[in-house]
Ligand binder design. Structure first.
Ligand code: AHM
Ligand code: MG
Length: 333
């Protein structure tokens, strides 16, 4: 049973038994992500200040090059997972290839791989708009004790054991699922503690927000164009409201609370859309389904797509059930 104001640490321990292989390994892994997210939050919050001190030259006080925040966030998550000896592999949107975690500190005796987009929407940083971290956790499919292979990462999203996102917004929130609903925790920055602020999050069945980059309209398939026109029609509860931050986590987070649909469709310029199946779409789709929402590429459930490459892109439609169904109807027409 969750109670409001429970800390994330307490919640993880209390809910450990939900998990089929409750050895505490997944809890330690979640704790490590929780800590890394706090460190990234600290970096994101001082983004403007770093720019000021870096304005004189491109090097910092130690003579090192100023790093971009997405690189810093990537380093923080990777170090925190590797140093705690709790994963056997990591794949990141920032790295070309996956990382085998092995060597002195790890004999490949751990069960989990993590896939991560350490700082999504990072082009928004310069203008003080919310960004996010997205993560996804799977049990490895290759034998424990051997180095991980690509097979461990190319699992369909329906095999995820946990997924979550952190939104660095007006407040910082960590939202995650282990397949037993979705819970959101808000960081109290003074204490450095996350508290359960949004228990059992659910997408409303329907809503009146559509979120899509309409600048790409001319490149969209006819079905998407028709859906956008449908959203703008004056009929029943329409026209809908258009809200697009351009920061996936924030757009999804708002739509989950208020009711809405997010679309990043294919276009004549990018036939597979923009978003990455493994680092963005699968974890968000798992959360959406756990919160009574849906996620599709227009033809099939995102979570059932069998990945073929680490950085594969897919068209993505996600949000309130009835709205996603409506988009799929237009796409298939
Ligand atoms: P990124 O991984 O390079 O940050 O790109 C992902 C972001 C999403 O957060 C956002 O929804 C989308 O790109 C916005 O793209 P666009 O500017 O094409 O609308
Ligand atoms: Mg991204």
């Amino acid at each position: 049973m969750s109670n409001k104001n429970q800390t994330l640490g307490e919640f993880i321990i209390d809910n450990q038994a939900h998990f089929p292989y409750a050895t505490g390994e997944l809890s330690r892994l979640m704790n490590s992500i929780r800590l890394a997210a706090k460190m990234v939050n600290h970096e994101v919050n001082k983004a403007g200040l770093v720019d000021i001190t870096g304005a004189i030259g491109s090097t910092n006080i130690q003579g090192e090059d100023q790093q971009k925040l997405d690189v810093i966030a990537n380093d923080i998550f990777i170090k925190s997972l590797v140093n705690r000896d709790i994963v056997c592999g990591i794949a990141s949107e920032e790295n070309d290839d996956f990382i085998q975690v092995s060597g002195a500190k790890n004999d490949n005796n751990t069960n989990y791989v993590v896939l991560i987009d350490p700082l999504d929407g990072s082009s928004n940083i310069d203008v003080n708009v919310s960004v996010g971290t997205i993560f996804s956790i799977y049990r490895r499919v290759t034998a424990v004790g051997t180095p991980v292979t690509e097979e461990d990462f190319l699992q369909p999203g329906n095999q995820q054991v946990a997924a979550g996102y952190v939104v660095y917004g007006t407040s910082t929130m960590l939202v995650y699922t282990t397949g037993h609903g979705v819970n959101g925790f808000t960081l109290n920055p003074a204490l450095g503690t996350y508290y359960l602020s949004h228990p059992n999050m659910k997408f409303p069945e329907s809503g009146n927000i559509y979120s899509v980059n309409e600048g790409n309209y001319v490149h969209f398939p006819q079905g998407i164009k028709n859906y956008i026109k449908y959203c703008q029609e004056e009929k029943e509860d329409r026209p809908y409201t258009s809200r697009y931050i351009g920061s996936l986590v924030s757009d999804i987070h708002r739509n989950m609370i208020k009711g809405g649909v997010y679309l990043y469709p294919s276009s004549s310029k990018s036939p597979n859309g923009k978003l990455r199946l493994l680092y963005e779409c699968n974890p968000i789709a798992f959360i959406a389904e756990q919160a009574n929402g849906l996620a599709t590429d227009g033809i099939q459930r995102i979570l059932d797509i069998k990945p073929t490459a680490l950085h594969q892109r897919v068209p993505f439609v996600c949000g309130s059930k009835k709205m996603v169904e409506k988009v799929a109807f237009f796409m298939q027409e």
